[in-house]
Structure formats: structure tokens, C-alpha cells
Design a protein around this ligand. Structure first.
Ligand code: HEC
Ligand code: HEC
Length: 329
């Protein structure tokens, strides 16, 4: 039996046995010819935006004013809306030893940004599992273009190794209780504005529009709001025409593995055994599907997902990510 066929058979057995089969799936041989993770899905560091003359800034609706330079400190997160959430554990806003402030990347209320992840509304146990997986080096990026220890995900590995384990529980509890708000609009199109990579995300730039092709490109609506780390900044995800409907069909049928996404991620993909996906950044979701397929999310809890993703094509992953992003959290 070919590896692909036997993986499918084990997936089918898994579906019949339900989740008790997770352990069985772990040893399932995955498909042999795994397509590589496409470079465009992992925007590189690119060119950092130039810092202009020193100025004081704020964001719409905030009473806080800060020198722009404060936005660049990884050990002191700017909190534009301090009364919009309860007092967080100190590591959210302030670095400690070699650990950076979680809120610098994920924002103080955990809404996250497309180049990292929203933590708001994730189950506490899931957050703890992921911190463990990063710290153990078993959750890595499938993209090694710039070397194994580069890319945004490598920063999270460093962070999980540096963050004191005694604080994980309080951090996970805090982020899991923050309500997640979706701020992405999915747009089906053939052409997109000119974009450039800027610190692990694409932003619009002056220039001729370009064909989208078989890609998913997510950019901030306003680069300025995004650079100000405004938690209300919104995003547009450009996806190929027909992607959302194709993704809906795939989610319902379960794709090649025949396991509907809703079976584990719940109705409307609002979260059940698997974490919530509804309304989350589709470029993030896509990178995770690529990681499961490549086997670089290798913690034991990820075993069912590796079976689900094993035989998905890049285009199917784009469709699924596009569909999930259109759902209400
Ligand atoms: C320097 C930026 C940075 C900092 C600081 C940071 N993270 Fe992350 N985090 C990331 C990136 C990037 C990812 C996405 C990794 C990937 O794509 O696999 C991530 C992902 C995660 C995830 C996985 C979310 C999911 O849906 O699976 C968790 C949980 C997490 N971070 C928790 C934390 C906590 C808690 C802190 C503070 C102790 C923290 N992070 C600090 C960049 C950061
Ligand atoms: C057999 C159960 C199961 C099925 C079916 C399933 N998932 Fe999952 N999924 C999980 C589990 C469990 C996790 C969490 C893995 C971990 O803890 O590391 C997960 C995680 C994920 C993640 C990572 C989320 C994050 O925040 O990083 C994505 C994306 C995802 N699944 C997408 C899908 C899609 C799309 C489908 C349908 C094609 C699907 N899943 C079907 C169980 C499942």
C-alpha cells in the first residue's frame, strides 16, 4: 500500500473510531511527496520602515500619547486602551530577563496581528500546549528559506524558551478570556495592489497592480494604523475568485482525509476539540496548514491535524483559510 493510501486508510479508521484514534494516527505514514511551503506565504523581514523625525503619536479613540520610538521597544508594549481590558500579568506589557513583552507582538488585549497570531479567545489549555510545543522546538515554521532559525515563528520559539514557566498559566488564562474580534475582510479578486514585505507582513506600496494568481495576500487597510500597533487596525485578505465557496465545500466534506473540519473545530468553526478558526487571520491559518502538512507542528496534540493536512494542496489550503476567515467568531 502506498504511503498516501495508507495515510488515508488510517484517517478513515480514525474517523470511525473518533478521537481515540489520535494515538494511532501519530504513527501514520504521511504522504511521501509533500509539496513545499510556498515562499510567498512567509513574507520575509524585508525593509524596516524608516523612522522619521521624532514625534508623539496616538491612535483613533485613545487618550494615550506616546513618542513614536516607544513603539519599537520589544520589552515595553504600548497599551493604547488600558481600560479596555483587566490588568494583565506583567509579562504582557513588560519584558523580563530575555523574554519580550507578549503584548509587543500579540498586542495587550491579545488580538494579535497576521504575522503572529490572535491569542484572544483561544482555550487556555491550547495556549499552554502551544507554549510547550514552541519551547520544546516541536512547533516550527515549515519555511526555511532564510535558515531554520529565521522568520517570525523563530521569534516565538525564543520567547517560549525565555518566558518563565511559572507565569504561563496566568498568561494563558488572561489571553483566553479576552474576546476575539475579527478585523479581516476577505476579497475575491484576480488583481491586487502592489505590495512589499515589511517585517513579516505585506503592505501596500506605490506601483502597478499585479496578478494575484494562486495566492492569499493579506495586508493592513491602513499601513499607518498597523505600524502604530492599533488593536483596531483592520486587514484585507485577497484570495482567488471562488475560494470561499470552494473552502466551504472542502470544510464540509473534510477534503482528502474525509474528516469535516467542523467535526473537531465545532459548528461554524467556533472551536471545540480544536481551537476556534472563525474570523481569524487567513494568512496565519494558511501558514499553520502548511506546517501541519510539512510535519513542523509535531507536538502529539497536532497528530489529527497532520492527517487532515497531509494530502491538501496549496490551493485547497488557501480555500479553507479564506472560508474560515469569513465566519463570525
Ligand atoms: C517577537 C514577537 C512575539 C512575542 C514577543 C510573543 N509572540 Fe507568541 N507568537 C509569535 C509568532 C510570530 C507566532 C506565530 C508562530 C507560527 O506561525 O507558528 C506566535 C504564536 C503564539 C501562540 C500560538 C497561537 C495559536 O493560535 O496556535 C501562542 C499561544 C503564543 N504565541 C503565546 C505567546 C505568549 C504567551 C507570549 C508572551 C510570553 C508571546 N506569545 C510573545 C510572536 C511573538
Ligand atoms: C480529528 C480532529 C480534527 C479535524 C477533523 C480537523 N482539525 Fe484542525 N485541529 C485539531 C486539533 C486537535 C488542533 C490543535 C493542535 C494542537 O494542539 O497542536 C487543530 C488545529 C488546527 C489549526 C491551527 C490553529 C491555530 O490557532 O494555530 C488549523 C488552522 C486547523 N486545525 C484547521 C483545520 C481545518 C481547515 C480542518 C478541515 C479541513 C481541520 N482543522 C480539521 C483537530 C482537528
Amino acid at each position: 500500500m502506498s504511503a498516501g493510501r495508507s495515510a488515508r486508510r488510517i484517517a478513515a479508521i480514525g474517523a470511525r473510531l473518533g478521537l481515540a484514534a489520535a494515538a494511532l494516527m501519530m504513527t501514520a505514514p504521511l504522504a511521501l511527496a509533500v509539496p513545499s511551503a510556498p515562499d510567498w506565504a512567509f513574507p520575509p523581514l524585508g525593509v524596516k520602515p524608516p523612522s522619521g523625525p521624532a514625534r508623539t503619536i496616538t491612535v483613533p479613540g485613545s487618550r494615550v500619547q506616546r513618542p513614536e520610538a516607544a513603539l519599537h521597544s520589544m520589552v515595553a508594549a504600548v497599551d493604547w486602551f488600558p481600560t479596555a481590558h483587566p490588568a494583565p500579568p506583567s509579562l504582557v506589557l513588560k519584558g523580563e530577563g530575555k523574554a519580550w513583552a507578549c503584548g509587543y507582538c500579540h498586542l495587550p488585549d491579545g488580538q494579535g496581528r497576521p504575522e503572529n497570531a490572535a491569542l484572544a479567545g483561544l482555550p487556555k489549555a491550547y495556549i499552554l500546549t502551544q507554549l510547550r510545543a514552541f519551547a520544546d522546538g516541536v512547533r516550527r515554521s515549515p519555511q526555511t528559506r532564510d535558515g531554520a532559525s529565521s522568520g517570525a515563528a523563530a521569534l516565538m520559539i525564543q520567547e517560549a524558551q525565555a518566558a518563565p514557566q511559572g507565569e504561563w498559566d496566568a498568561l494563558a488564562a488572561y489571553f483566553s478570556r479576552r474576546p476575539f474580534v475579527s478585523r479581516v475582510k476577505v476579497v475575491e479578486t484576480d488583481v491586487i495592489p502592489s505590495v512589499k514585505p515589511q517585517v513579516y507582513i505585506y503592505v501596500a506600496q506605490q506601483g502597478p497592480s499585479a496578478p494575484l494568481g494562486e495566492r492569499l495576500i493579506e495586508i493592513p487597510v491602513s499601513t499607518e494604523d498597523f505600524e502604530a500597533r492599533d488593536p483596531h487596525a483592520s486587514f484585507i485578505a485577497y484570495v482567488p475568485k471562488g475560494a470561499v465557496a470552494a473552502g466551504a465545500r472542502l470544510a464540509d466534506s473534510g477534503g482528502p482525509a474525509g474528516q469535516p473540519c467542523q467535526a473537531c473545530h465545532g459548528a461554524g468553526l467556533k472551536g471545540a476539540l480544536g481551537p476556534p478558526l472563525a474570523g481569524r487571520s487567513p494568512s496565519y491559518i494558511l501558514r499553520q496548514l502548511l506546517a501541519f502538512r510539512a510535519g513542523t507542528r509535531a507536538n502529539p496534540e497536532a497528530a489529527p491535524m497532520r492527517v487532515v493536512a497531509a494530502n491538501l494542496t496549496n490551493v485547497q489550503m488557501i480555500d479553507l483559510a479564506a472560508y474560515a476567515a469569513t465566519l463570525r467568531p
